[in-house]
Design a protein around this ligand. Structure first.
Ligand SMILES: Nc1ncnc2c1ncn2[C@@H]1O[C@H](COP(=O)(O)OP(=O)(O)O)[C@@H](O)[C@H]1O
Ligand SMILES: O=C(COP(=O)(O)O)[C@@H](O)CO
Length: 593
């Protein structure tokens, strides 16, 4: 469990403050995360990494000469938002373009991709290499679907060393992609971690058993086996990784004469002494098959809070990769050799400036409607506060247990932004847009990005002139469904929030098209949403965190689908409240809801 915290919702912010105060010679804080406090030469590629917090030293502890140039820091186990990533990248960029590298999780992919698009739109070249070392998360034939675990370090290390050598962006991408192709990891866990403020671990392993194929977010493993001795664990690691060789490594599986970088990684609660006992046997086995181990790391490099787990990473070296793997690096949590002193300790202290946005003009009618929209946001926040624990429980069945916290944080930020927008005289469309941006920024993760997108889509249709009518609202919701599909690449039946949003949107459009009032149409559509959310229990997830644990999620509805239906129901109730709300566009003679 987590022993020391103040308010759980402040945990990430406070740990960042303390981290930066502890290591000013390496890092300085910028909005969204940290960048090197030294000033890398102008024109070098900036390697920007990131992900959720809870994985220290990944990601911020790996920022410094010879390694990353910046790290975007999300909340515990949730991707940083696109805004955070963009802001860190802007602060890290020195004119040579940006390489993003991160662990191939749904939220990371959505948010980093958006940040990359923003940089490119501004003319800053930006590319991505996702880390996919975890062999348990997808079969050999689908390596691009694999997620990143301790292999983050090998890819970041090689990319950072290559960038610091002055290589251009194409070259850094090529080398980092090659490092990723040649990095394979496999892990086991003995007990799940417990997030700050939570009383239950994200998963438990029965006594005498271990979970095989763990992730780094407290996802349960993909299967269970009897608890091994240290030697048996070492044998399992080595034999499993030798059966999953990168394509160009060993013809016919003969690895003799090969050279490997190695990480024996503790996930948070396994002691170094235990790791050394395991390493002893790993080393014997690798010697036996004729492999030379180059500068191994035994310790905590990519953790899962205080999860009791271990993973082994083998990094199949060639001459070039070995040069970058062994190159000097100096970061708060990872040091080797002597880096160029000129780059150290030059605390620059600049902050990315945050522009104050001027609000677009709005009519009095739209400003009045904005009050109704704000009342809805407050009601959504209240209902998500009440249901956060249950949503987290649903998410812990096959995900990382943070869906409730994420939705709660997003809705709180959206309603706070809405309140500010109202005070500043925003129209309904602008209020929705600002609320959406705040939701995405503060919640991070997959659902944060998608809810931010949805509120923006509705806001764009609603605009700031006319009071929002049923046609504009239903068209905005249909746009939201299309945008989320386009961006997240999921479709109907993949067991995501789309399995509620799409049928809800279709029902709403149909009702509105047949002349029903927004209230009536919404009531009918919300019933469809409820039924659709329940129906996700029988689906198998094909996207997101839950995918590798598909079978485990059978019988449990998708958390994002459940929260979507809950929000739909809450908005329906709010539309009946009689408070100033979105105006009706009712045709004569129709029943009012
Ligand atoms: N590609 C996708 N498209 C649409 N929805 C998705 C996608 N991937 C995941 N989701 C939704 O996101 C939810 C998880 O949200 P959350 O737990 O907040 O994010 P994270 O998995 O990043 O921690 C899932 O339950 C699912 O409904
Ligand atoms: O936690 C992470 C991202 O999780 P999402 O589920 O994608 O939000 C990150 O740390 C993994 O790299």
């Amino acid at each position: 469990m987590a022993y020391l915290f103040n308010h759980p919702e402040d945990f990430t912010d406070e740990l960042t403050e303390g981290f930066v105060a502890a290591y000013p010679q390496w890092v300085r804080r910028v909005p969204g995360g940290v960048v090197r406090s030294s000033r890398p030469p102008h024109g070098h590629v900036a390697v920007v990494v990131g992900g959720g917090s809870g994985h220290y030293p990944a990601f911020a502890g790996l920022v410094g000469p010879g390694l990353a140039h910046g790290a975007a820091m999300g909340n515990i186990f949730a991707s940083p938002s696109a805004q955070q990533i963009y802001s860190v990248a802007k602060a890290a960029h020195t004119g040579g373009g940006v390489l993003f590298s991160y662990g191939n999780y749904a939220g990371d992919v959505l948010n980093f991709t958006q940040a990359q698009e923003r940089l490119e739109a501004e003319g800053i070249p930006a590319r991505t290499v996702r880390v996919t070392d975890d062999i348990s998360s997808a079969p050999l034939a689908e390596t691009a679907k694999r997620r990143g675990i301790a292999g983050d370090l090998t890819v970041f290390k090689v990319a950072g060393a290559c960038a610091d050598s002055g290589a251009d962006l194409d070259e850094v991408v090529r080398v980092a992609a090659r490092a990723n192709d040649r990095t394979r990891s496999f892990g086991v866990a003995f007990a799940g971690c417990t997030l700050p403020g939570s009383s239950e671990p994200l998963f438990t392993v029965p006594p005498g058993k271990m979970a095989v194929g763990l992730g780094i977010h407290g996802e349960p493993g993909i299967s269970e086996q009897d608890l091994p001795t240290a030697d048996e664990a070492a044998e399992l690691f080595v034999s499993t990784l030798l059966a999953d060789l990168p394509e160009d490594v060993a013809a016919g599986g003969d690895v003799r004469g090969g050279r490997v970088g190695l990480i024996l990684n503790g996930l948070g609660a396994v002691k170094s002494e235990e790791l050394f006992v395991v390493y002893r046997r790993i080393r014997q086995m690798l010697d036996d098959v004729g492999l030379t181990v180059v500068e191994p790391e035994v310790g905590e490099l990519v953790t899962s809070f205080q999860m009791a787990g271990v993973s082994l990473t083998l990094f199949w070296l060639d001459e070039e990769l070995e040069r970058y793997w062994t190159a000097p690096a100096s970061t708060p949590a990872y040091r080797k050799g002597a880096v160029d002193e000129a780059e150290q300790g030059d605390a620059a202290g600049e902050q990315a400036e945050s522009a104050v946005e001027e609000l677009p003009p709005a009519t009095a009618a739209s400003r009045q409607a904005a009050e109704g929209v704000q009342a809805i946001l407050e009601a959504v926040k209240a209902v998500l506060d009440d249901n956060a624990a249950e949503l987290g429980r649903l998410d812990s069945v096959a995900g990382d247990g943070d869906h409730g916290i994420g939705m709660q944080r997003g809705a709180a930020a959206a309603s706070a932004a809405g309140r500010q927008a109202l005070a500043d005289g925003a129209g309904a469309g602008t209020l929705l847009r600002l609320a959406g941006d705040a939701w995405a920024d503060k919640a991070g993760g997959t659902s944060g990005a998608l809810w931010g997108m949805a509120l923006n889509a509705v806001g764009a249709r609603v605009g700031n002139d006319l009071p929002p009518d049923a046609a504009a609202v239903s068209a905005g919701i249909a746009d939201a469904g299309r945008k989320i599909m386009e961006f997240g690449k999921a479709s109907l039946g993949d067991k995501t929030l789309l399995d509620v949003l799409l049928p809800f949107s279709d029902a709403l459009s149909e009702q509105v098209g047949s002349g029903k009032s927004l209230r009536t149409a919404w009531d009918r559509a919300a019933e469809v949403a409820d039924r659709s959310a329940e129906a996700t229990a029988q689906m198998l997830p094909k996207m997101g965190r839950a995918r590798p644990l598909a079978e485990k999620s059978l019988g449990t509805p998708d958390p994002g689908a459940v929260s979507m239906a809950l929000v739909a129901r809450t908005i329906g109730r709010q539309l009946h409240e009689g408070e100033p709300g979105p105006q009706e566009s009712e045709r004569k003679g129709e029943t009012h809801g």
